[in-house]
Design a protein around this ligand. Sequence first.
Ligand SMILES: Cc1cc2nc3c(=O)[nH]c(=O)nc-3n(C[C@H](O)[C@H](O)[C@H](O)COP(=O)(O)OP(=O)(O)OC[C@H]3O[C@@H](n4cnc5c(N)ncnc54)[C@H](O)[C@@H]3O)c2cc1C
Length: 331
Amino acid sequence: MSTSGQDVWVYVEHLKGEVLGHTYELLGKGREVAGALGGRLVAVLAGSAVQPLASTLGVADSVLCIEDAGLAEFTPEGHGAVLRALAEKDPPRLMLFGATSAGMDLAALTSATMGIPLVVNCKEIGIEDDRVVVTSQMCGGKLLGEVETGGNMVALTVLPGAFPSQKGLSDRAPTVQNLPSPVPLEGVRTRVTRLLEPEAGDVDITRAPVLIAVGRGIQRQDNLPLAEELAGLLGGAVCASRPVIDQGWLPLTRQVGKSGMVVKPKFYLALGISGASEHVEGMKDSELTIAVNSDPRAPIFDVADYGVAADMFDVLPILTEELRARKPSAP
Ligand SMILES: Cc1cc2nc3c(=O)[nH]c(=O)nc-3n(C[C@H](O)[C@H](O)[C@H](O)COP(=O)(O)OP(=O)(O)OC[C@H]3O[C@@H](n4cnc5c(N)ncnc54)[C@H](O)[C@@H]3O)c2cc1C
């Protein structure tokens, strides 16, 4: 292992035998940053029976693969203890985590227990004269801050989608170092009791190219089929703001926003959604957003590419009818 102190570590997130996509985004950017710092890119892969995943991490100079039954489930406590022990032995300059539920937990814990700075929600990472300068998103994306970190070890959480994943993919076989856990894990008190996933047969809204999003303006559960028909015609899915989910009209897996999913569809149609910052946080990177709201001052119009100040129940039937008429009928 390097002792230069300029290495960049990427914590590899994986689930059900697959490395999660944003890890490749971190690896791609990490490759560039490690080059600028004159250090090496190291992927830290911790879990149980995860060794086969190492072959997909060829962009890294090396993979630290730590296998232990106690790491089978992700717990910040267990994975954090391992990461800390490794980093204390051979301190990197940067530790990159996804700004995901797991990454945020782990980065915060690592920062607190190791006493190192943490910059969250990073969108850009640059090296200027050996200084690490990062752009961090704040207040749900309303503000961007430029943060300069000192010369010592720093943890960063990086927003999924901030960097392309292609640069993190390589056919090269990485150098893999298989290590036992550097700390005993029997005493870990945190247990995973349940993994919340889209219900079987339910759509994964983070992958849908078109999203028809409904807010409190939908008024009643009986009105949801109007949105569902439109979604069907556009090959998309229905998602919602929190009040709709809180009513139990759609499952939690359809919620967009701070406490729901972050989506980046090609097209996001917001119907009867006010545009509270907690909602916007989850959809602001949609490629094209059209908002329909009866209140012309609704904040959703500030983030929409096009806005229709009208009653959604006037707009929806016209739109559906138009699309139905244009759709070629089945032979
Ligand atoms: C910690 C925290 C986390 C949160 N997480 C989330 C989250 O993940 N996702 C989320 O969405 N919210 C979240 N919220 C809630 C958020 O603050 C808002 O309360 C919520 O987004 C509002 O939902 P809404 O826009 O559907 O409802 P409202 O704010 O009530 O807006 C309804 C809108 O519909 C319009 N409208 C009404 N009738 C019609 C009609 N017939 N035609 C057209 N327009 C009409 C109104 O003009 C209004 O703008 C969170 C809040 C907190 C405090």
